[in-house]
Design a protein around this ligand. Structure first.
Ligand code: TRP
Length: 336
């Protein structure tokens, strides 16, 4: 089939915070999907460093983590020729549109965000205005590129809803300005759960590091973590309700080996949990190895990374500036 020219494809926007650790859950649930979407959409992906400032960061670490995140996205297969890949703070329109949107988002709506309530509960010493405003910056990210679809995890759905409401409110006042973005929930990836408490989502902020696998963990560490994964008191490797631990391992195994659940069940028929867990660990370590090598190589090549983020920022600015100017005009600012 003929490929559509990039300009005619619907736009996807998504952002990822430059935290030090990306879990296997982030990778299988989000990043792999980002890579796939590049074929059918005009993708705009950003390392959202401004969002990270809402919690206190060590400056040197934040810089390192931002570059490492960029290297990881490239290593996963985000193609900077096909997609727009940039660092949020390099494109000034984000902060600027945020200010305008802030003036159209009711205080109460921001206060109802569960993530704000959770995070301010977790950091009572630093409940800052940025933490409160966070969803306005996210709305600006999305609306600047006129995104039709936004791949997000369940934890960001409420923020996306706020972006939609903001777009609709603005359009109602000023006439059609922003397309209203739809959430894009990947269909085939079940959520990756904690290896220690498989009814909970895998999270890098888990106090027990055995609960999550980082995509940059060493192979031995990965295998060890899978060996100590929690299963159940039965013996059968089967995907069934109530077998949360086994189900999670099967989902992970199928994702990295490109198998169906039935194929994986057949492979482990009659085999014990010990062998199963070891095999899953090995498969994950093997799957991540080339990615880790690419990431290391890219991270070491600062000249290439620099070229990549500068070009990305240039493209992002060209697109987002048009939207910002349109908004400025609509609200009555003089565009010089
Ligand atoms: N808030 C998102 C997260 O923490 C990251 C993000 C920022 C984002 N801007 C976005 C996601 C725009 C989707 C679209 O995961």
């Amino acid at each position: 089939m003929e490929q559509k020219p990039a300009e005619q494809k619907p736009v996807v926007f998504s952002g990822i915070q430059p935290t030090g650790v990306f879990t296997l859950g982030n990778y299988l649930g989000a990043l792999k999907n980002w890579v796939r979407l590049q074929d059918d959409y005009r993708c705009v992906y950003s390392v959202v460093d401004l969002h990270s400032l809402t919690v206190r960061q060590e400056p040197r670490e934040l810089r390192e983590n931002t570059l490492r995140s960029l290297a990881l996205l490239l290593a996963c297969g985000i193609d900077p020729e096909k997609s727009v890949l940039f660092i949020q703070s390099h494109v000034h329109t984000h902060a600027e549109l945020t200010w305008v949107l802030d003036c159209y988002i009711p205080f109460g709506e921001l206060g109802r965000m569960t993530q704000f309530k959770d995070k301010s509960g977790a950091h009572p010493e630093n409940i800052n205005a940025g933490l409160f405003n966070y969803p306005a910056l996210m709305a600006a990210d999305i609306l600047l590129y006129r995104a039709a679809s936004v791949p997000v995890g369940a934890d960001q759905k409420q923020h996306l809803e706020l972006s939609r409401n903001t777009a609709i409110r603005f359009n109602n006042i000023y006439g059609d300005t922003f397309p209203v973005p739809e959430p894009l929930i990947p269909k085939d990836t079940g959520r990756v759960m904690s290896l220690q408490e498989p009814t909970k989502k895998m999270s890098k902020s888990d106090i027990n590091p055995k609960a999550y696998v980082s995509v940059l963990d060493r192979p031995e560490t990965i295998i060890k973590k899978f060996k100590s994964a929690v299963t159940d008191s039965e013996t059968e490797v089967a995907f069934r309700e109530g077998k949360d631990g086994v189900n999670n391992l099967l989902i992970i195994y199928c994702a990295v080996e490109n198998l169906t659940i039935e194929q994986a069940e057949a492979e482990f028929a009659g085999k014990g949990y010990g062998e199963f867990k070891l095999r899953v660990g090995e498969a994950v370590a093997e799957h991540l190895r080339p990615l880790q090598e690419r990431c290391e190589r890219l991270y070491a090549d600062k000249a290439y990374l620099g070229e990549c983020y500068r070009k990305g920022a240039e493209k992002a600015l060209a697109i987002s500036k048009r939207t910002l100017e349109k908004v400025y005009k609509k609200v009555g600012l003089i565009v010089p």
